[in-house]
Write a protein that binds this ligand. Sequence first.
Ligand SMILES: [Zn+2]
Length: 206
Amino acid sequence: MADHILIECPDCKIVAHVEPIGEYHNENPYDWMDANKFYFTKCPTCSQPIVMEAFRTIDMATNEVEWHTPVRLYPVSSFHVNPVIPEDIKTALTESIKCYESSLYTPTVIMCRRTLEGFCQIMGIKKNVPLVKALAKLKEDGIINEQLYQWATLLRDSGNQAAHDIQSSFSADDAKDILDFTIAILDFSYSFKDKFDKFIKRQKQG
Ligand SMILES: [Zn+2]
C-alpha cells in the first residue's frame, strides 16, 4: 500500500491524511541526492486535484539522509513556505499564512511577529531578550544585514501594535506586505545557506 500523506486543501481549509492516487519517483542517476517523489491525490472534501512533492534532504542535526515532508505544488498558494526552514519557524509561518488566507489580517501580523521571535531564538538569542535587542544583536553578529534588519524592525513595530493596541487594525495590503517581509527574511537566511552547505557536501563527496 502506498504511503499516506498529509495534505491541506486551500479551498476547504482542511488538513487530512490521504492515500495517493498515483506516485512518481524521480532519481538523478548522476547525483544520488537529487531525487524527488511526486504524489497525485485529491481533497477528500471538495475532490479537487492536489499534487505534492517530497525530495531527498539531509537532516543538518543528525546528518541523516531522509525524505522531506511533502509540500503542495498544486493548487498553488500565493505564498511559499521554504521547506528548508526549521520546523518550529515553519509552523509559525504556516499559521501566519493561514490567518491571511482566512482574511484575519491583524492576527496575521501577530503571527508574523511570533515567527520573527522564533527565528531570533533559533539563531541563538535567549527567550527573555526583548525583540528590539535581539534584532540588534543579530545585526551586530552579521547574521542579518542592514536591509533585513530594517524589514525585521518594521515587522516588530507592526507586530507590537497588532498585539497591544486594541484600536489598531491592519488592512489586507499591510498584512500581505508584512507576511512578504517575513518570508523574505527566512528565505535569505536559510535558502542561500542551505544551498551553500549542499554544495560543500557535494564537493567533499566528489
Ligand atoms: Zn477541498
